[in-house]
Design a binder for this molecule. Structure first.
Ligand code: GLY
Length: 385
């Protein structure tokens, strides 16, 4: 669906810049699964394991985004090389199934942009099998006492049996997909139960969302909340707001349930009201003024979610969402992108977490969602969420 004027010169220029950059970066990084860059060169998270955790290295939650970028480019250019490179990345992820212990709820982030995208475009039966396998692993993390999907395995410093996180709204589309694909409603039941729990316990009256909510894993019921990757408990981690915004839109698109659309719009209104004048998104909307840490990835994800909202609302409501998305994307394009050959990344100034020492770095999902948002505006994105 084309959402802006088809003669938008700025948009055509950005599409061209993406196409040019991905042409050489994909050749250069074809044997990697990048997460960030060091001195301008992509790292390879299929080999590196900086933390030494089971959930790092090949199991790292972002390892689907590179494949997603390649499938978006294949879809828009038809060039065979993108399919070949995307398959290389997807094949590597089989090692996660072998290792098993490193896997977590982020199997949606990993296998939707790889196997589901592949199956959608090529009907590859191996990809279908991988995606169904991942969906079964995700369904296995559902806790009926509390109606939530467990996020992480135990961290070195704690018991996370009762932890659910807002990010999982992006993983449950794998369950909707599995139900559609198999005709078995169990996966969708779990997805909806989880979404309902998140709607009722994560979303605050002002439209902001918690990052982490802990439930009693035996009895259900909220135990406490955590600030997670944001500034502090009760603050408002911006990427978390975007996982909620776009995540509830996805649940709406899969189920048609109006309350999910309403929730996506509530989070969107909170987000839009907090976009600073300069269009640069902080790591947390409630962080201190200094240091002015920012997270470009939140801007790119928010833009995607806002465009999806704009597509389904009435003509007179559309401008609120589309206008905000355009502001975020124009700011990124003008101030935070790197189209040179000096760096393998596109979007600069991502931040993984407020209290993480690595601020303002290239992060692969910043590139992924920027590309998805631009192609969405152009009406030529591949939608696999
Ligand atoms: N899903 C983890 C993050 O957004 O950093």
């Amino acid at each position: 669906m084309l959402i802006v004027d088809k003669n938008n010169a700025w948009l055509d220029q950005v599409v061209q810049k993406i196409t040019d950059k991905m042409d050489w970066v994909s050749d250069k990084s074809q044997h990697k699964i990048p997460y960030t860059t060091f001195n301008g060169t992509h790292d390879d998270r299929s080999l590196l394991n900086p933390s030494g955790d089971d959930a790092d290295g090949i199991n790292w939650w972002t390892n689907g985004f590179w494949g997603g970028m390649l499938w978006q480019m294949y879809n828009v250019t038809g060039q065979e090389k993108y399919k070949r490179y995307a398959n290389l990345a997807e094949d590597k992820l089989d090692e996660c199934f072998n290792q098993f212990y490193g896997l977590h709820h982020d199997v949606g982030f990993m296998w939707l942009p790889t196997s589901v995208a592949n199956y959608q475009l090529t009907q590859n039966p191996e990809s279908r099998k991988r995606a169904l396998h991942a969906a079964n692993l995700l369904a296995g993390r559902y806790n009926p006492a509390g109606d939530f999907i467990r996020a992480w395995n135990d961290l070195s410093d704690g018991d996370t049996r009762g932890w659910a996180i807002i990010d999982c709204m992006f993983n449950i589309p794998l369950l909707y997909w599995a139900s559609k694909e198999t005709g078995d409603p169990r996966f969708k039941h779990i997805a909806e139960r989880h979404a309902d729990t998140v709607m009722n316990t994560f979303v605050r009256p002002d439209g902001s969302v918690h990052h982490i909510v802990e439930f009693d894993p035996f009895l259900g019921g909220v135990v406490k909340t955590y600030g997670g990757q944001g500034y502090e408990n009760g603050s408002s981690w911006t990427r978390g707001q975007t996982w909620g915004l776009y995540g509830f839109m996805m649940s709406y698109l899969h189920t048609g349930k109006e309350e999910y659309l309403h929730t996506a719009k509530r989070i969107a209104h909170y987000f839009i009201a907090n976009i600073p004048e300069n269009g640069i998104i902080p790591v947390d909307f409630r962080q201190p003024k200094e240091p002015a840490y920012e997270d470009s990835t939140a801007a790119a994800i928010a833009a995607c979610g806002l465009i999806e909202v704009a597509k389904v609302v009435s003509e007179h409501e559309k401008d609120l969402y589309l206008g905000a998305a355009m502001k975020l994307l124009r700011t990124l394009d003008q101030q935070r992108t790197d189209w040179s050959t000096d760096c393998d990344c596109i979007v600069r100034n991502g931040s993984a977490a407020y209290h993480n020492p690595d601020h303002h770095q290239a992060i692969i999902y910043g590139d992924y969602y920027f590309i998805e948002a631009i192609l969405k505006l152009k009406g030529v994105d591949l939608y696999f969420w």
